[in-house]
Design a protein around this ligand. Sequence first.
Ligand code: ADP
Ligand code: TPW
Ligand code: MG
Length: 589
Amino acid sequence: MAATLDAEIADEGRADAGQLTDGFHLLIDALKLNGINTIYNVPGIPITDLGRYAQAQGMRVISFRHEQHAGYAASVAGFLTKIPGVCMTVSAPGFLNGLTAVANATTNCWPMILISGSSEREIVDLAQGDYEEMDQLAIARPFCKAAYRLTYAQDIGIAVARAIRSAVSGRPGGVYLDIPGAMMGQTMDAEEGKKSLVKVIDPAPRQRPSADAIARAIEVMKGAERPLIVIGKGAAYDQSDDLVRELVEKTGYPFLPMSMAKGILPDTHPQCAAAARSLVLKDSDVVIMMGARINWLLSHGKGRQWGEPGAKRFVQIDIDAEEMDSNVEIAAPLVGDVGSCAAALLEAMEGEGIAPPKDWVDQVHSKAETNMEKMSARLQNNNVPMDYHAALGVLKQAITDRPDTILVNEGANTLDMARSIINVHKPRHRIDVGTWGVMGIGMGAAIAAAVETGKQVLAVEGDSAFGFCGMEVETICRYKLPVCIVIFNNNGIYKGDGENWGGGDDPATTVFVDDARYDLMMEAFGGEGAWVKTPDELRQAVETALASGKPTLINAAIDPSAGKESGNIGNLNPQSVVAQALYPQASKI
Ligand code: ADP
Ligand code: TPW
Ligand code: MG
């Protein structure tokens, strides 16, 4: 009798459940309704079940070993797709691990949403010492573009809509969404719940520049004798690849791609001035910035690199009006999205005679050719131990042979040299350390690139850079992703031959264990490992990896003395006359 009653009650429960929904499912439905089908996550209280239910409801849930990498993956997904990537973490420590990625996304102008479980507000606000208690909403605010907390399940639809719109409209950035555990368990009528969801219409409206602003830009361009176009990752993000290409080709101006803008036009394009960077930055008289900030990566638009102070006139295309005049005067601000600005310029250019003088174009072209020839000889060396050039010559060829491969790149020397040596042939096929120069983005970026595009990924990693995120090779193996990692193993940071300046037994601060077998880490999880010491061995290993699509880690031995302190940015290290007097080795610029 009792058993029958229990069964009846359970049946009734199921029937009720059919008409009810809860916070968990509303959140999943709200994401799916807006085209978000992947979550990058690390499970734990209170979001373990949310991940399970999301998987059960047909979402792809990629579980990482550390939240920072799940967060980086979400941000890279946002960059590649223009749909905010979603990272999901547990409270306090998991949240803080993910927060680094949100801050990095905001700095890079990439859309992502960090959804984090949290303790109940009344306990946090009275500081009563809950499990993983932290005032996450307050902490998140300064690191992201917007932060919201959900208290009631019926607000999920609006909250997700606000989070998406905040992430992608205007200048994209990171958004935080705080979900206290109890909120997810709240139930409501399923029909009402469905009605509460919001599909975001036109989340990032196109922003056309005004006719006045375009006319002003055309005037500046007409006066140009040595024009240049600098293309940044804001243009890569915009996905108006055809319009950017048309603008570059119709103007005939030389162009300089910033690192993640490489490939919008192929690096092999005849107007590409990457190999004549110093010349074009110094001698150009009019510079059109397209989705690129004039920040530290461009020496703030000042100094020797930029030639005579005040001699240049800038046209700047940016979605964010506040970016104008951030470092130098902008003669013609064009506030709008790259595609709309390029289209408006193309239309207004007709018959205006803005072609650059031939001798400038020839000068840039011949400088680039000479520099590329010099470089090409260095790339073919067969030195053992390998130097950066020998190894990068091999990888350059591998990407030329397989231009669909997405290149991920981090490190110091490994980054700077790969950036200038490996040509990129397609838009958004290079992902790197971004505006902060952050180490440890590599595995998250590689995973997101593989998951979002289904393409083969080649991650070229300094041994230190890899160390920040190396455990995610297990994630790569678990999801069987087509990722080939090449570690430039020079036994350390910048160089592997440093000495302890105090003369003690401890190693120098910048060196690692000699000849570390990173390849065995990959083998430990069932992937392929290779330890290579010559360009030929590297070529063979990369060829096998890219042909197979199997998770592979190639540990490439690089001469520990080959690198430079801080790669190309040693000049940013602080100098001190005291230190120079104390230590003969101290760096002097
Ligand atoms: P890079 O590092 O490649 O030089 P930055 O990250 O410094 O590029 O600059 C990117 C710029 O692009 C930012 O100022 C951002 O506001 C802008 N931006 C982002 N999306 C768009 C877009 N769709 N259209 C125009 N500008 C954009
Ligand atoms: C999150 C500082 C910049 S570059 C680098 C570090 C630690 C590693 C360089 O060594 P690697 O490359 O990767 O072996 P190579 O070829 O020059 O030897 N912490 C963070 N970000 C940064 N940028 C650092 C530290 C840094
Ligand atoms: Mg190194």
